[in-house]
Unconditional design. Structure first.
Length: 135
C-alpha cells in the first residue's frame, strides 16, 4: 500500500508526512526539531504511527489484519509440520524398539533351545555312559 505524502501522527514526534517508502521502511518528516525518522513498514502502523486520513487508515488496518492472518496461518502450518515430524519420529522409534524387542526375544528363545538341547545331549551322553558302566 502506497502511503507516500500521507499525514501521520506519532505519540512522541507529533505530526509528520511520509516522504519515502520501500517494502520494509517508511521515512517520515516531522517538525524541524525532530527531522526525518525511519520506521519499519508496515508494522509501525500497529503501535507508533497513525494515519490521519480515515479511509487510508482503514485500508492500512485491513492490510495489517491480512498480514497478521498470513503470519498466523504460516505459524500454524509450521507447527503442524513440526508436530508431524515429531509424531513420525516417535512412530519410527516405537517400530525400532519393537523390532529390537523381537530380536532380543528371538535370541533368548534360541539360547534357551540351545541350552535345552545341550542339556538333553549331556543327559543322553551321561545315560549312555551309565549304561556302559552297568553292563
Amino acid at each position: 500500500m502506497n502511503v507516500i505524502h500521507e499525514k501521520v501522527s506519532h505519540r512522541t514526534f507529533g505530526m509528520g508526512t511520509i516522504i519515502k517508502q520501500t517494502e520494509a521502511v517508511v521515512e517520515v518528516k516531522f517538525g524541524a526539531e525532530t527531522g526525518v525518522k525511519k520506521f519499519v513498514f508496515p508494522v509501525v502502523f500497529e503501535q507508533y504511527l497513525e494515519l490521519c486520513d480515515v479511509k487510508i487508515k482503514e485500508k492500512m488496518n485491513d492490510e495489517l489484519r491480512q498480514i497478521r492472518e498470513e503470519i498466523d496461518s504460516k505459524r500454524k502450518m509450521r507447527k503442524e509440520a513440526e508436530q508431524k515430524v515429531i509424531d513420525d519420529t516417535r512412530i519410527e522409534l516405537i517400530q525400532k524398539k519393537r523390532a529390537a524387542v523381537k530380536l532380543v526375544t528371538a535370541a533368548k528363545s534360541a539360547a534357551k533351545k540351545a541350552a535345552k538341547k545341550a542339556l538333553e545331549e549331556s543327559e543322553a551322553t551321561q545315560a549312555a555312559a551309565d549304561a556302559e558302566n552297568v553292563g
